[in-house]
Design a protein around this ligand. Structure first.
Ligand code: 5GP
Ligand code: ZN
Length: 142
């Protein structure tokens, strides 16, 4: 996609600090890192969101993120844990509309966090919600 910054990075027409370059996947440092070592894994083929993403590309993005997360733990960076994070849609915080998996190295008290207002719904409510999602999946979820 011509006006997509991550496509420009994949094409080599925009600069990036590349960590991993595979045939279908590229990983590079985030320019505004949440923590030191925060990077992004993207499919080389443009997909604006999860609904547009080829599942095989999705699998390769996750596999690269998993491999990098493991490598981070034995790197020279301070890493006690890792968050994998993907924002799909404006409401989820997506700002760049080329699918990307955030890989965020974590240390205790690094200040990174996802705010949540967790509830404790009844089993009836949980079952009803599961029903709604199973219906959307078009199967019984098995
Ligand atoms: P989102 O909010 O869409 O999940 O995350 C977009 C991420 O892309 C942000 O963390 C932001 O810092 C990063 N980002 C935006 N523009 C660029 C860029 O031109 N180069 C790189 N390396 N990262 C970018
Ligand atoms: Zn793109």
């Amino acid at each position: 996609m011509s006006d997509c910054i991550f496509c420009a990075i994949v094409a080599g027409t925009a600069p990036a600090s590349v960590v991993l370059d595979e045939s279908d996947v590229l990983a590079f440092m985030d320019i505004r890192p949440f923590t030191p070592g925060h990077l992004l894994v993207v499919p080389k083929r443009h997909a604006s969101g999860l609904a547009q993403l080829d599942p095989e590309d999705g699998a390769k993005v996750f596999a690269a993120g998993q491999r990098i997360a493991t490598a981070l733990r034995s790197s020279a960076l301070p890493v006690d844990g890792v968050n994998l994070f993907l924002a799909d849609g404006v409401a989820a915080g997506q700002e760049v509309f080329h699918v990307h998996l955030h890989v965020v190295p974590r240390t205790a008290r690094d200040g990174f966090g996802v705010r949540a207002n967790a509830q404790s719904p009844t089993r009836t409510v949980l079952d009803g919600t599961a029903d709604a999602i199973r219906s959307a999946l078009g199967s019984d979820g098995a």
